[in-house]
Design a protein around this ligand. Sequence first.
Ligand code: 4NP
Length: 161
Amino acid sequence: MARKKVLFVCLGNICRSPLAEAIFKTRISEKKLIHLVDADSCGTANYHVGDLPDKRTIANARKNGIVISHRGRQISQQDLVYYDFIVAMDQSNYQNILRLESSEIYAHKVALMRSFDSVRDRDDVPDPYYGDEQNFQEVFEILDRSINSFIRFLESEHLKV
Ligand code: 4NP
């Protein structure tokens, strides 16, 4: 079976989506599913192309036992074609993904991260960029919860061997 390809998308690709990618890869590895799934992340904006994740994201991830390794990149139309699942952090990212050329053909691949959240009080993963450590920790907890149920969804629907 071909590996499923997952892309996490936020605005800058230095806070939320590289953390989502790193949590996802860690949990997938813990579940010994690494041979079945590939993951990457990107931003809808180009402000941080080539940059490491935000220092606060790296520090918060480390505190929670997650190692991040990523360089910022901007989403392109090719990502719509290549990836099987494109997971947007908020509704603005979601709308921007659907503004890419020919997105109507690929719209079924695009989902909101929090559509997988079991305790969803709102639809967006809040942007922590102008926030403090408490905001970064809230993002971590939302992502960890949402990604666990996203992986359970993948296992039940898409990773059958
Ligand atoms: P992210 O957060 O979308 O979670 O990576 C942001 C990072 C940078 C900016 C905005 C949001 N920025 O405006 O530079």
